[in-house]
Design a protein around this ligand. Structure first.
Ligand SMILES: NC(=O)c1ccc[n+]([C@@H]2O[C@H](COP(=O)([O-])OP(=O)(O)OC[C@H]3O[C@@H](n4cnc5c(N)ncnc54)[C@H](O)[C@@H]3O)[C@@H](O)[C@H]2O)c1
Length: 252
């Protein structure tokens, strides 16, 4: 199967590092023009340097609905619309697991804003042009935490990712009649950023061994493992697959 994206405009959120950067590079390698969005401008510039000339940086806070609408409007005016949207921005925002009675409203809402509302605002902004062209792909990045429980113990993270999976299923039905697929990749634990490095260290040798032994393939995944699943969902070949959640976690 030859997966190629020549002529496609792809918008990837959370592209400043981690999975999003690898996903942006993967699309560029397969011929797409990529708009890499994130709040971290310096790291976005590094993504562009690694991905090459077909990648451009677009600083954007996906939790700001008006800013999202404006950015997508400008892209449409210039390029004629986004063909493929990857909602990768998210994470635990530096939070750690704490007992429920200690969680403040701001912490709860911040995790929902980036992991769930941001994916909603982005999809809402790109959907009209996708509907007009009768073709589109939306790929959301959730987590094993959205299907089961979170290793971190962060209630808002497990809840927001589960909500994002619900949004995936619902939008698959709403947008399907327009030739738009909406799918979801649920990664297992991958050492992809400073937060996951800290989580890995905190497990200690015993915890690390336990984690790996619970994985069918007996290894941790890489950002490329996650990006490969995104490439498939975004491809022409996945045109009759929608509303699905693919666990990319080495097998549980
Ligand atoms: N690494 C893992 O083990 C793992 C496992 C399951 C799911 N995930 C999910 O995969 C996605 C990517 O994770 P990662 O490990 O690459 O993390 P990461 O921290 O490297 O990437 C997340 C990116 O989102 C960006 N971001 C945060 N808030 C934003 C906002 N308001 N607007 C725009 N961008 C914003 C961050 O700046 C960062 O670059 C996240 O949604 C995360 O929840 C990661």
């Amino acid at each position: 199967m030859n997966i190629a994206f020549e002529g496609r405009t792809v918008l990837v959120t959370g592209a400043a590092h981690g999975f999003g950067r690898t996903i942006a590079i993967g699309f560029c390698e397969r011929g797409a023009r990529v708009i890499a969005c994130d709040i971290l401008e310096a790291e976005l510039a590094e993504t562009v340097r690694l991905a090459g000339a077909s990648c451009e940086a677009r600083p954007l806070d996906i939790t700001e609905r008006d800013a999202v609408q404006a950015a997508v409007g400008e892209i449409e005016a210039r390029d004629g619309g986004v063909d493929i949207l990857v909602n990768c921005a998210g994470g635990v925002l530096g939070q750690v697991g704490r007992p429920i009675e200690e969680i403040g409203e701001a912490d709860w809402k911040a995790i929902f804003a980036v992991n769930l509302s941001g994916a909603f605002y982005m999809t809402q902004a790109v959907a009209p042009a996708m509907k007009r062209q009768k073709w589109g792909r939306v790929v959301n990045i959730s987590s094993g935490a959205g299907l089961g429980i979170s290793l971190t113990g962060i209630q808002a993270y497990a809840s927001a990712k589960a909500g994002q999976i619900g949004l995936t299923r619902q939008l698959a039905h709403e947008l399907g009649p327009f030739g738009i697929t909406v799918n979801n990749v649920a990664p297992g634990f991958v050492r992809s950023n400073p937060t996951t490095e800290r989580q890995w260290e905190a497990m200690g040798k015993e915890g690390q061994d336990r984690l790996i032994q619970a994985i069918a393939l007996k290894r941790l995944g890489s950002p490329e493992d996650i990006a490969n699943a995104v490439m498939f969902f975004a491809s022409e070949q996945a045109g009759w697959i929608s509303g699905q959640v693919l666990s990319v976690d080495g097998g549980k």
